[in-house]
Design a protein around this ligand. Structure first.
Ligand SMILES: *Cc1c(COP(=O)(O)O)cnc(C)c1O
Length: 405
């Protein structure tokens, strides 16, 4: 590393609150599937800002759309209508089959909105204020107090107790564990269609179907968190569209704006008509013209570039190539995931492998301690996958050989 980059890092550590143990690298620009650090070194990126930059970096049409919007207007207020928000909401309805959309600035805020929606929906039915929500162990829904309260990782929650009340936890894909938590007060069941941070665990078809039926029978809202697995990552626009069900409420963010901070929660007409009403919820920035111009262009480009086809084809290929590594190396236990949301499970912590790969010009990220997660831009090619595998194979050989499990 150059002294210049070391200086940047030293300055960062004096000014930023130390809430991340960051990799020792300063990125300056991106182009396509490549990132460049301040020394000009190029990296193949299989993280895409954690499932954000779905279209790759520096997409000209996307950049131009943002510049054009900046020259018109960046922000007004949600007390007025604006054109990009109208268009973005219509487009989200089209791709999701939901009926009502609320724009947020982040994933966590979309989760907050979904929780408020569920509580209000139940409140309007019986006037009570003691409703319960069932969430999943090993889930991740964000760092604000409400989102943290439904995040099934005690380590993230402990120092910040008490959480919001009446949250119960069950296990993803264990329907009986959900059933055991259901009471007359249950107002919602929330989970990620594919658990991301928790280690890349897709919900099974059977689990989805049974939860859907339970929710129908008891008028409980089924909330699916599509913040990471949505926006084309599994080869469908939203991962739940792979199953023969539809949620009552869903959340999205990450790739929704491809780098401009924007999220949303969306719901069916029925939930929309019987939950949040005027004065119940708001945001200053959420759905501002700049953010929504990004959403509009992202959804347009998804169609133009046939992103879903690419994810289905190259995602399958990525899965195959990772399966080869799992078969080849003892330290690799298995591969799981769908499309371009994949995890490679190791018999040891993966930090050293990730740092080794980074030295060789490949950016990867973990999900939990023992899993390398692959959430690249959705426009990668088979050749990009081959290049990634070549580097990762070298890193596995070097690190697994020299360390014990
Ligand atoms: C990233 C993530 C969130 C939180 O989104 P932020 O924009 O970081 O607040 C919530 N749910 C899932 C599944 C995520 O992956």
């Amino acid at each position: 590393m150059s002294t210049a980059m070391q200086n940047y890092i030293d300055e960062a550590e004096k000014a930023l609150l130390h809430t991340y143990n960051r990799y020792q690298i300063v990125f300056e620009k991106g182009d396509g599937v490549y990132l460049y650090d301040t020394d000009g070194k190029r990296y193949l990126d299989f993280v895409s800002g954690i499932a954000v930059f779905a279209l790759g970096y520096n997409n000209k049409e996307y950049n131009d759309a943002l510049k054009e919007q900046i020259d018109k207007i960046i922000h007004t207020s949600n007390y007025y209508y604006n054109l990009p928000a109208i268009e973005a909401a219509k487009k989200i309805k089209q791709i999701s089959g939901m009926d009502r959309v609320f724009f947020t600035n982040s994933g966590a805020e979309a989760i907050e909105g979904a929780i408020k929606t569920a509580r209000k929906y139940a409140y309007l039915k019986d006037g009570n204020t003691d409703h319960e929500i069932i969430a999943m162990n090993h889930s991740f829904h964000g760092r604000t107090m409400g989102a943290l309260s439904v995040t099934g990782n005690p380590h993230y929650r402990e120092a910040f107790e008490p959480m919001i009340g009446n949250i119960k936890f069950a296990d993803l894909n264990d329907f009986d564990s959900v059933l055991a938590q259901v009471t007359d007060k249950t107002c919602a069941i929330i989970f990620e269609t594919v658990q991301g941070e928790g280690g890349i665990y897709p919900a099974t078809e059977e689990f989805m179907r049974k939860v859907r039926r339970l929710c129908d029978e008891r008028d409980i809202l089924m909330i699916l968190d599509e913040i990471q697995c949505g926006m084309g990552r599994t080869g469908e626009m939203f991962a739940w569209q792979r199953y023969d069900i539809k949620p009552d409420v869903m959340t999205m963010a990450k790739a929704l704006g491809c780098g401009v901070p924007v999220g949303a929660f969306a719901m069916t007409e029925k939930v929309g008509a019987h939950s949040l009403a005027a004065g119940d919820h708001g945001t200053t920035y959420g759905g501002n013209p700049l953010a929504c111009a990004a959403v509009c262009k992202v959804i347009e480009l998804f169609e133009q570039l046939h992103v879903l086809d690419n994810v289905q084809r190259v995602g399958d290929y990525l899965g195959q190539r990772l399966d080869e590594l799992a078969a080849e190396y003892d330290c690799v236990e298995t591969r799981r995931g769908i499309g371009m949301m994949q995890g490679l499970v190791f018999d040891r912590p993966v930090g050293d492998i990730i740092v080794n790969a980074m030295d060789k010009g490949l950016v990867l990220i973990n999900a939990g301690t023992h899993i390398i997660r692959f959430v690249p831009s959705l426009v990668i090619t088979e050749e990009n996958v081959d290049d990634m595998i070549t580097i990762l194979r070298k890193s596995i050989q070097e690190v697994c050989r020299s360390t014990q499990a």
